[in-house]
Design a protein. Structure first.
Length: 867
RNA sequence: GGCGGUGUGGCGAAAUGGCAGACGCAGCAGACUUAAAAUCUGCUGGGAGGUUACUCCCGUGCGGGUUCGAGUCCCGCCGCCGCCA
């Protein structure tokens, strides 16, 4: 397409000019406390985007949806007099750059730098008001020095159960501090992905496949670094309450942490002497203990070999091998056929002394609870399926009706139930519990167990500790060395620990990380070798919002004053503090947002930061779909790149369209004709103030005059100030733009346009369309005027919004039949009288009796008639 | 299966329990133009009636309920999307 389409307004002549000026004048630089230009009287506002991974594909129109929203808020808050922190940076460690390196031999650093440059240029073209002096990059040694430093703080800490806080490990009084560190080494089975050549966290594995690439993942035991996030499970749930987050995200986190209350119960092994090793189980239904007719251990449970009878041992070993090849998801699938093997051993049910068989089955996971369960087939679906398959006894101990006289597990003639019931009801066949409703029975049984010393109340979490090491090159090396089998930390002075240069990034094909190939680097001293794992990509994003506060600090991860200022609560709303507004996609609901809260709490406990939570207000932007209504993807060919929009329509049209599409949080499809519509709107704004002469030169329009607005005009102006101000606060940008369209439509037909009203429009529209408004502002005020970005936000006069006379609809039985015009504060009697006399109303009332007249002042009149 | 979200014109959507469909897209008509584009003006949920001004009926996924009045609140379903299983 070579035809030079005439642009509806000459955005191409001024957009880059204003971008250059903002950059040159540091218009959006926020000074820190103590810096030049800092005004302590200024309230602060910290508005943050989830920083992107700079991929090679560049920005598509989905990325800047959130960025534009925060940009509008940032510019708005600045005009309202806030000191606004609005930074951007790069989450640049990660697998794609490393895989590209494996394919091409090009160092990931080079790829990363090139991608960052591309992303930054695309963002610049959109005119986002970032403080680029605060740009950070997680792969910069000056940044990851502090990621490593924070890891060391975690390594040096433990969770004191008495204070419920992270404390220096020196306060631990036990004999083996390594057993309580918040960063520890574990030999547990992990998610190993042979294709990627690395282990993955539970959060990175989706339906048995890697989240990145969809490769198969298997379980295998490996020596790995773990972070003890489970210690914070309770606080991570409880402290969600005070956050201004979408309830759905809070719920997602609560479900992920998966708190369940119940009891831990000890079953002795049959034939063992009292006090000998037993099997502990966790159950949320202690009330059903009388219905426990067998036990199941996870196949990898350490007791299995000991319990197993000689004749069962071969079958057990065979089954364990098969299990090892399955993922947790495959194992716990409800619909799946249950399998298992009898161990040959028996346990004693502690409440009724019954001898019950012990099985192993893969539907019991070693990682959840204690790795063993008591099976109550009558009241648990999986136990039911299992019992049906292997003909194990089933005893009903919960009835849906209160039944008296059916006492005791001793009753010999109970009929097995016809179906499994997990519902609450009333205890039966349960000795002392009989007749109790499920809730009471739970409590009663727990108390009973505690008295007998065979169990106790317990809380279990689904959350697992965070598998924190990866077998990759392109990540932060651990500041750890090994001497013999013992790990020890590097000193702070040895940070940053920079990964060595390398040409061959290929995975070793074994669980040995790529760094293990570099024998020189590994050798730390005659006796010590370096840790060769690296940290996961999440590490850098766990604390980047803190670094933005003080990105150049060389002596601390963030300066105390800067942290206190930017992360403080906003006096006005007495919130506990943190980032004032954080916008990003839902995909991070349980990964980044949980990890970052975890790290933040450790740093808070250790006194390094001043707030218990990092992000006070969180908003998720909705996905932008392709024009076909499908998720954008390369394979569908429906991806719209930002440049495809910015080049032909301009940055302002791009920004405004992104915001006009619909509610920020909603999923919505892209539409190029929609972009054209918004372009028409901006062109109309342009022509409100400019007109084109015979030679095709744009000049200030003669219709713009220094006259007061008429009554209707000033009402529109002030209604627009009100609407736009309120809508930006609630992030309802689509309706804010609709109101500005109403403004423009009102003045488009007018012969003269008051310059005061035009100024207000430019102020209100500036956060949305900063280039065109700056240009027009300059047209109105001259080239030497101060920038619009430095103008204050306008205020509205409520008095101008009130009409003297209002039109009231008159309803008969809820249907509008006529309208009357009355004075705005007319008395009810007067309104009623006028309503009854309205021309159309009479015929509706005729021959009927008026039962009631409802008058809602300023809204409507409803006449209720009968007959 | 559980939890959460969502359902309004041809399309994106708007509506503190108070005139459903603001605003925009698409479409139709008119003005300007030799013509087109651009621009400006008007119309545009469905149906019925009337010569016009207009009038009436139906309408927010389905079925009930509360209320003078329900897109909005309550109960029960159905579809789609997401998360967990």
């Amino acid at each position: 397409m070579t035809t030079e389409r005439r642009r509806p307004y000459p955005f191409d002549r001024f957009e880059s000019k204003w971008q250059a000026r903002w950059e040159a004048e540091h218009t959006f630089h926020a000074p820190n406390p103590g810096e030049e230009g800092f005004d302590p009287a200024c309230p602060k506002y910290y508005v943050l985007d989830m920083f992107p991974y700079p991929s090679g594909a560049g920005l598509h129109v989905g990325h800047p949806e959130g960025y534009t929203a925060t940009d509008i808020v940032a510019r708005f808050k600045k005009m309202q007099g806030y000191n606004v922190l609005h930074p951007m940076g790069w989450d640049a460690f990660g697998l794609p750059a490393e895989q590209y390196a494996i394919k091409t031999g090009q160092h990931p650093r080079i790829t990363t730098q090139r991608n960052i440059a591309g992303f930054k240029e695309q963002l610049r073209r959109i005119g986002l008001a970032y403080d680029w002096q605060r740009e950070i990059n997680t792969t910069d040694p000056a940044y990851y020095k502090w990621t490593q430093w924070i890891f060391l703080q975690i390594y040096h800490s433990w969770f004191n159960p008495e204070t419920q806080r992270a404390e220096p490990v020196s306060t631990y009084r036990g004999s083996d501090p390594d057993s309580v560190r918040l960063a520890y080494v574990s030999e547990a089975p992990v998610n190993w992905c042979p294709e990627l050549g690395t282990v993955l966290s539970n959060e990175e594995v989706i339906e048995g496949k890697s989240e990145v690439g969809g490769h198969p993942v298997v379980r295998r035991p490996m020596r790995q670094w773990m972070l003890r996030i489970t210690a914070f499970a309770e606080r991570l749930i409880d402290e969600l309450d005070g956050l201004d987050w979408p309830e759905s995200i809070k719920l997602l986190q609560r479900n992920w942490i998966g708190r369940s209350e119940g009891a831990e119960v000890r079953f002795e092994l049959a034939g063992a002497e009292a006090g000998a090793e037993g099997i502990d189980v966790f159950t949320t239904r202690p009330d059903t203990l009388y219905g426990a007719t067998y036990m199941v251990l996870a196949p990898e449970h350490p007791l299995v070999e000991r319990i197993a009878s000689a004749e069962q041992l071969p079958a057990i070993r065979d089954y364990r091998e098969k299990t090892a090849r399955k993922s947790d998801i495959e194992r716990t699938e409800l619909a799946k056929d249950k399998t298992g093997v009898f161990t040959g051993g028996f346990a004693i049910n502690p409440v009724n002394g019954e001898r019950i068989p012990i099985w192993i089955a893969d539907y019991v996971l070693m990682g959840y609870g204690t790795g063993a369960i008591m099976a109550v087939p009558a009241h648990d679906e999986r136990d039911w399926d299992f019992a049906q398959k292997y003909f194990l006894p089933i005893r009903e101990v919960v009835s849906d009706t209160p039944t008296l006289g059916l006492s005791g597990g001793s009753s010999p003639c109970e009929a097995p139930p016809l179906a499994c019931s997990t519902a609450s009801g009333f205890a039966i066949h349960s000795g002392p519990l009989d007749g109790l409703p499920t809730e009471d029975a739970r409590r009663e049984m727990t108390a009973l167990l505690e008295t007998k010393g065979v169990g106790r109340r317990s809380i279990n979490y689904k959350l697992r500790d965070w598998l924190f090491s990866r077998q990759r090159y392109w990540g932060e090396p651990f500041p750890i060395v090994w001497e013999g089998a013992q790990h020890r930390p590097l000193g702070e002075a040895e940070l940053p620990l920079v990964p060595p240069e390398m040409d061959d990034f290929k995975p070793t094909g074994t669980p040995e990380p790529p760094l293990s190939k570099l024998t020189d680097w590994i050798r730390y001293s005659d006796v010590a070798t370096r840790e060769t794992n690296t940290m996961p990509q999440w590490a850098g994003s766990c604390w980047y919002y803190l670094r933005y506060c003080d990105p150049k600090n060389a002596s601390r991860f963030v300066g105390c004053d800067a942290e206190k200022y930017w992360m403080s609560g906003n006096g006005a709303n007495s919130k506990p503090g943190g980032v004032d507004l954080y916008v990003g996609g839902t995909e991070h609901a349980v990964l980044h947002l949980l990890y970052a809260r975890f790290w933040h709490k450790i740093l808070f406990d250790l006194g390094h930061v001043s707030t218990p939570e990092p992000f006070q207000r969180l908003v998720n932007q909705g996905l932008i779909l392709g024009e076909d209504g499908q998720k954008m993807s390369k394979s569908r060919g429906n991806v719209v790149n930002t440049d495809d929009v910015v080049t032909p329509y301009g940055a302002d049209a791009f920004r405004c369209y992104e915001m006009f599409m619909g509610p920020l949080e909603q999923m919505k499809p892209w539409s190029m004709t929609g972009v054209e519509g918004i372009t028409r709107f901006l062109a109309r704004v342009w022509r409100l103030i400019m007109e084109e002469d015979q030679e095709g030169v744009w000049r200030r329009s003669a219709a713009v005059q220094d006259l007061p607005a008429d009554k209707a005009g000033s009402k529109v102006v002030h209604a627009t100030i009100k609407k736009v101000t309120e809508d930006i606060e609630t992030l309802s940008f689509n309706t804010a733009i609709a109101q500005m369209m109403i403004f423009v439509n009102h003045f488009t037909g007018a012969a003269t346009r008051p310059v005061s009203g035009m100024r207000v429009l430019l102020q209100l529209l500036n956060p949305f369309a900063p280039h065109i408004t700056e240009e027009l502002w300059e047209q109105l005020h001259g080239a030497n005027s101060s920038m619009l970005a430095h103008e204050p936000w306008p205020a509205y006069d409520p008095a101008l919004l009130v009409e003297d006379e209002i039109e009231l609809p008159i309803q008969i039985n809820g249907k509008v039949r006529d309208r009357i015009t009355v004075k705005k504060d007319a008395a009810a009697e007067l309104i009623e009288q006028a309503a009854m006399e309205a021309p159309e109303i009479a015929k509706w009332i005729e021959g009927k009796s008026v039962k009631k007249v409802v008058i809602v002042p300023g809204k409507l009149v409803n006449i209720v008639v009968a007959g």
